[in-house]
Design a protein around this ligand. Structure first.
Ligand code: ADP
Length: 710
């Protein structure tokens, strides 16, 4: 017994090991291979990244060098740098090299010059004021009396006449401009708005650049007044146009202004325009003006920023640069001549070029370039990085000296820094860092060059596992069957042995006449009949089973009256088990149709079911056999109130040799063939067998035979 339970466990185990170990080994090798692959890829990637960084920095440095060379050339071949031709040559060169923001040089008294810069305004105090007292002339008399009338007597009419007379007599252009301005002013005071508008129109046209006493260009002041008059006269749209045009001209540097002057007019324009928009409220027709106004404001912000940057450079940084200039020409050529200087929020990238007379003393011969760090960063570096780094797994970041991020890739850098570089000589003073998103091992599996092996491995493993499962199932089923068969043989021997020995004993006793009374004798006969019936049922079952299994069983179909047949069967069995006091009840609902069936087979099937009911009744003594017709089927149910069948066994009871319960504690005799045979018989009749059962309450077996066979 021990051996037969050991074997089925051992074979699948050996089999699994036989397949499993090579699988694990193969898997491990594949894993190792891919790991190596990953390391190799990582190394390659690292090299690649260093190459990329080298390429990027080289490309930026080349750009810087080529700009330096181009500008050096012009500066060297020309003796005097502030000549208009040279300035225009430098100017067009700077258009070719957007990297260069400014060229600078120092004059003999170490004043720095920025010939290309066009600031929006100059520092306060850098424009010389218009001479306060113009030369005395006849017209001046009239001018003075006009001023007397206007400011002291407040007699504007008389003032207007005096100014007009002065204007007619004076031939000095500057004076005439000033007088026209006074005329316009008085006309406005007299509420002669139309006249005033005309006067300011003339000033704007003919005296545009003529400065007033305060140094403000007349054209600028006149146009501003013109716009204000339009507002007074409710010419809203024309007023907006006037102010927007003026704003545009201011930004186009139509007039050279000091910072204070610029700020005054810019502010005045913005206030006027804001006021108009505010008064007009929501109005679709103003939309285009509003849009161009917004653009102008943005443009002003940018230009102001640039101007301030250049002014700071001129005022603060120039001295720092001067301090860095080496005194010795040789030292200049060998040492680094690129610097990063900072002032306020501004960073200046400066390169000193040797002077236009390089062989002479360095002092006063220094020229230099101010690089456009925005262009360098936002256009040049960004584009170079973008074109050189195409992998989505690689992010990059440009950081400043203080580790602040000044630029980064679109796919936000994450993961760890895999490569890092700075520029030669720390110019520009930035670091570039590359980040690599870790690829997961699994990803490498699929993408590595050994990916094909991985797929093959997966496929093979799949096939092996499938085969393994199939084999284990077949093997264990076969093992189970062979165990059942061997169990069967031993059970059958027992089955034969015990009735046979009791038959022999009883017959011997009867033969020798050693039976005490008639009653005992009759009881012995009953037992003899029961035992021999059981033996013959057993033999019938075995014979029929093997016949059906081998396909040799023949069924003789004939018309049978099931009611009568059942009555006979019940009578016989009742008789056999009379001494055990079983009560087998037969209920036949309504007269039944005859069916075409094999009488012997049906009888055997029902006998088996009733026999089982008796065997598994336990203490219960009632059995109910019922027959009725339903849905073109004849149904025979055999109900007992005995042990019942456990849920997990219920599907197995019809299997060959299957015997329920625990083989060691089993007391009921049997072959495990009874229900199998019933099932086979039912199938031969086109019918079926079903069971309902509850442990401890009993079972109902139902066979259904189609009536259609009639
Ligand atoms: P056996 O010779 O063991 O009775 P069967 O094929 O007739 O073989 O039945 C198979 C198994 O089904 C039995 O061993 C028993 O466990 C279970 N069985 C059959 N009929 C009944 C029943 N009426 N009540 C409880 N269990 C039953």
């Amino acid at each position: 017994m021990g051996k037969s339970t050991y074997k089925p466990k051992k074979i699948p185990l050996l089999f699994s090991l036989g397949i499993g170990i090579p699988c694990i080994l193969l898997g491990y090798l594949a894993f190792r291979g891919v790991k190596n692959d990953q390391a190799l890829l990582e190394k390659e990637r690292l090299n690649e990244q260093h190459e990329i960084l080298e390429k990027v920095t080289e490309s930026i440095e080349e750009n810087i060098i080529s700009a330096e060379q181009a500008f050096s050339y012009i500066l060297k071949v020309n003796e005097k740098i502030d000549q208009p031709e040279i300035v225009s040559a430098l100017d067009s060169l700077s258009n070719l090299y957007p990297l260069v923001e400014e060229v600078f040089f120092y004059d003999n008294s170490w004043v720095i010059h920025l010939p290309l810069s066009q600031p929006l305004f100059l520092p306060n105090g850098s424009i010389q004021a218009f001479p306060a007292s113009p030369p005395f002339s006849l017209s001046n008399e009239k001018l003075l009396s006009g001023q007397q009338f206007e400011f002291q007597d407040k007699n504007y009419q008389k003032a207007l006449t005096s100014y007009r007379q002065a204007f007619e007599k004076d031939s000095d252009h500057q004076m005439r401009g000033g007088l026209l301005n006074a005329i316009g002013r008085v006309q406005k005071k007299l509420s002669l708005y139309g006249d005033a508008e005309r006067t300011y129109g003339i000033i704007a046209r003919d005296y545009n650049h003529v400065p007033t006493e305060g140094g403000v260009p007349l054209g600028l002041a006149a146009r501003s007044e013109f716009g204000s008059l339009q507002i007074v006269m409710d010419d809203t749209i024309p007023a907006i146009k006037t102010f927007l045009d003026l704003y545009k001209d201011l930004l186009n540097r139509e007039w050279i202004l000091e910072k204070a002057q610029y700020d005054f007019f810019s502010q005045h324009i913005r206030q006027s325009v804001d006021e108009i928009f505010l008064n007009e409220g929501v109005n679709d027709s103003l939309d285009p003006y509003q849009n161009s106004y917004k653009l102008l404001i943005a443009e002003e912000k940018k230009q102001k920023n640039n101007t301030e940057r250049l002014l700071t450079f001129r005022e603060d940084v120039a001295a720092d640069i001067r301090a860095k200039i080496p005194r010795d020409p040789e030292a200049f050529r060998t040492s680094s001549h690129r610097f990063t200087l900072e002032s306020g929020n501004h960073t200046y990238l400066v390169s000193l070029l040797s002077g236009y007379a390089a062989n002479e003393s360095i002092e006063n011969n220094i020229t230099g370039l101010l690089f456009n760090s925005y262009f360098l960063k936002d256009s040049l570096l960004q584009k170079t990085l973008q074109t050189n780094i195409s992998s989505v797994n690689t992010g990059w970041m440009v950081k400043g000296r203080d580790d602040r991020t000044i630029l980064q890739s679109e796919n936000l850098p994450s993961g760890r820094v895999t490569a890092r570089t700075n520029f030669t000589g720390g110019f520009p003073p930035w670091f570039i860092e590359l980040y690599h998103q870790e690829t997961y091992l699994f990803e490498t599996f699929l993408t590595s060059r050994r990916g094909i092996y991985f797929y093959i491995f997966i496929l093979l493993t799949g096939i092996l596992i499938f085969g393994l499962i199939l084999t284990i199932r077949t093997v264990s089923r076969e093992l189970e069957l062979s165990k059942m068969k061997s169990d069967f043989v031993s059970t059958i021997s027992h089955e034969f042995k015990s009735p046979l020995s009791s038959i022999r004993q009883l017959s011997e006793m009867l033969q020798s006449g050693r039976v005490p009374s008639e009653e005992y004798r009759n009881q012995y006969y009953d037992v003899l009949v029961e035992q021999s019936e059981r033996l013959s049922l057993l033999i019938d079952n075995i014979l029929d089973f093997s016949k059906i299994e081998e396909g040799r069983k023949e069924f003789n179909f004939e018309l049978i009256d099931v009611g009568i047949l059942l009555q006979e069967i019940v009578n016989v069995i009742q008789d056999q088990v009379r001494h055990k006091e079983f009560d087998i009840k037969l209920i036949i609902e309504k007269p039944l149709q005859s069916i075409k069936a094999d009488r012997e087979a049906i009888s055997q099937a029902v006998t088996n079911l009733v026999d089982n009911a008796i065997k598994y009744s336990g203490e219960a003594r009632d059995i109910i056999v019922r027959a009725y017709e339903k849905n073109q089927y004849l149904l025979i149910t055999v109900k007992d109130f005995g042990t019942g069948i456990r849920k997990e066994e219920i599907d197995k009871v019809f299997e060959r040799f299957y015997r329920g319960g625990d083989e060691f504690t089993r007391t009921v005799k049997g072959s495990g063939l009874g229900l199998t045979l019933v099932k086979q018989i039912m199938e031969a009749h086109g019918g079926r067998i079903d069971v309902e059962s509850e442990v401890g309450k009993g079972s109902i077996f139902t066979v259904s035979i189609p009536l259609g066979l009639n």
